[in-house]
Design a protein around this ligand. Structure first.
Ligand SMILES: N[C@@H](CCC(=O)N[C@@H](CS)C(=O)NCC(=O)O)C(=O)O
Length: 212
C-alpha cells in the first residue's frame, strides 16, 4: 500500500528533521524526496508548488493531495490526522501551541543561526553571534526550568511541543552550546532518544529519495 505521507526535505534541515521524527515516532512509514538545496531544487517550480516559500520541509498528504509547508503547521496537521501527540485536552493543546510559538520566537534563531555560522552556511558579525548565544542560554534555561520534575513539556506524554523543541536543541552542540549546564534538557533528550521509532537526521532523511 502506498504511504500516506511524502516528506520533501534535506538532511541538514532541522525543520525537516522534526517532520521525519514525528512520522517515525508515530510508526507512520513515509515516502521521502531529497531536495538538493545545493542545486537550488528548493526554488524549482515543482517544489515551489508544494512550499510557496521555497523552503524545506514540504509534506504531501497522499490521501487528499494536500501540500503543506511550515514545519509547525505540518506537525499540527499530522497530529490532527493521526489523533495523537497534539495534547490530550483543550488546555494541553493550548499549552502545546504556546510552547511551539515560543520555540520559533525564542529558541530556533539562537541555535540555528550560530550553527549555520559555525558550519559556514551563513556569516554573522561576532557581536550578533554573541547576542544569540546569550539569548539562547536564557531560552535553554527556561526549557530546563519547565522540565524540572517532569518528563515531557506538556501533559504526561510526548507531544509535538517536545518534537518541535527537540528538533532545535538537537543542534545546540553544533551551534557551540554546552548542554551539560541544562541537565533536565539533557535527560529529556535522552528520554526522546529512547522512544521506539527514534532516529537521527541521517537515519530519517537520506541523501537520496526513497519509498517508504
Ligand atoms: N519556518 C520554516 C523554516 C524552514 C527553513 O528555514 N528551511 C530552510 C532549510 S533549514 C530552507 O529551506 N532555506 C532555504 C531558503 O529559505 O531559501 C519552517 O519551520 O518550515
Amino acid at each position: 500500500m502506498a504511504a500516506r505521507f511524502t516528506l520533501h526535505g534535506m538532511v541538514l534541515s532541522g525543520p525537516a528533521y522534526k517532520i521525519g521524527l514525528l512520522l517515525s515516532l508515530a510508526g507512520e512509514p513515509f515516502d521521502y524526496v531529497h531536495v538538493s538545496m545545493r542545486d537550488g531544487a528548493h526554488k524549482a517550480p515543482d517544489h515551489m508548488r508544494l512550499n510557496r516559500f521555497g523552503q524545506v520541509p514540504a509534506l504531501v498528504d497522499n490521501a487528499n493531495g494536500r501540500a503543506l509547508c511550515q514545519s509547525a503547521s505540518i506537525l499540527e496537521y499530522i497530529a490532527d490526522k493521526l489523533g495523537r501527540f497534539g495534547g490530550a485536552t483543550l488546555d494541553e493543546r493550548i499549552s502545546v501551541r504556546e510552547w511551539m510559538f515560543w520555540e520559533y520566537d525564542r529558541l530556533a534563531p539562537h541555535i540555528y543561526r550560530p550553527r549555520a555560522h559555525k558550519l559556514g552556511y551563513r556569516q554573522f558579525d561576532p557581536a550578533v553571534i554573541a547576542q544569540h548565544m546569550g539569548d539562547g542560554a536564557t531560552s535553554l534555561t527556561a526549557l530546563n526550568d519547565l522540565l524540572r520534575g517532569r518528563d515531557w513539556m506538556v501533559g504526561e506524554g510526548l507531544t509535538i511541543a517536545d518534537i518541535d523543541s527537540y528538533g532545535v536543541v538537537y543542534y545546540a552542540a553544533e551551534g557551540g552550546y554546552d548542554l551539560s549546564a541544562f541537565p533536565n534538557v539533557v535527560a529529556w533528550m535522552k528520554r526522546i532518544e529512547a522512544l521506539p521509532g527514534y532516529g537521527r537526521p541521517e537515519d530519517l532523511l537520506p541523501m537520496e529519495s526513497r519509498a517508504a
